[in-house]
Ligand binder design. Structure first.
Ligand SMILES: O=C(O)CCC(=O)C(=O)O
Ligand SMILES: [Fe+2]
Length: 214
């Protein structure tokens, strides 16, 4: 398969569970605009490694945009309107982020999704994200929309109990995972990032996770 053919491939969907679907390559055609917007966000609110309530430094580097941002420190996990590093509000959610998140949610059957928080995650070779639920949002009736850019990663997706069987889902540049409804509190994580190169992002992977937090 030539690169050209690959890039013009139409998106397709892969159901993961009731309420959860992978929208393959859904964001591919918007990658340049998304990455330019990521860069602007990171200039205003640089990546940092948060500390867990237990005192561990997270491997994934994070920042946020939107009205609310997800933060973690010794006091716990929460959403905050301000970047604790600068004291300023998080940078606004770029219009192309909002549009992509709403379009992907609608494609997955969740119309009217209007995220107020976007967590931007950066993975480098070896970076992993341990199994967790996204549960700090007020309304679990709203889905999670998660966009993968750069180097491919192995996503783990389970059920609502930590011990439920995990599916291994390879995620490539442009893939979007949406989970909501009965899948909203599914456990998920990311296995250590393999060494690889992506033409736009080098050895790194960027993940944008959209939530309606407030
Ligand atoms: O990087 C990913 O694919 C998942 C990120 C995630 O689960 C989160 O930000 O809560
Ligand atoms: Fe998550």
């Amino acid at each position: 398969m030539t690169l050209e053919l690959f890039e013009t491939e139409a998106p397709w969907r892969e159901p993961l569970a009731p309420g959860a679907v992978v929208l393959r390559r859904f964001a591919s055609g918007r990658d340049a605009a998304l990455l330019a917007a990521v860069q602007a966000v990171v200039e205003a609110a640089p990546f940092r490694h948060l500390v867990t309530p237990g005192g561990f430094r997270m491997q994934v580097a994070m920042t946020n945009c939107g009205a609310l941002g997800w933060v973690s420190d010794r006091r716990g996990y929460r959403y905050d309107a301000h970047d604790p590093d600068s004291g300023r509000p998080w940078p606004p959610m770029p219009a192309e982020f909002e549009k992509l998140a709403a379009d992907a949610a609608a494609e997955a059957g969740f119309g009217g999704f209007a995220p107020d928080a976007c967590l931007v995650n950066r993975y480098l070779p070896g970076t992993r994200l341990s199994l967790h639920q996204d549960r700090d949002e007020r309304d679990h009736g709203q889905p999670i929309v998660s966009v993968s850019l750069g180097v491919p990663a192995m996503f783990q997706f389970g059920g609502t109990r930590r011990t439920d069987r995990l599916q291994r889902v390879p995620l490539a540049h442009g893939d979007v995972v949406v989970w909501g409804g009965p899948a909203r509190l599914s456990f998920h994580g990311v296995l250590p990032l393999k060494d690889a190169q992506h033409p736009l992002l080098g050895a790194s992977r960027i993940n944008l996770t959209f939530r309606k937090a407030g």
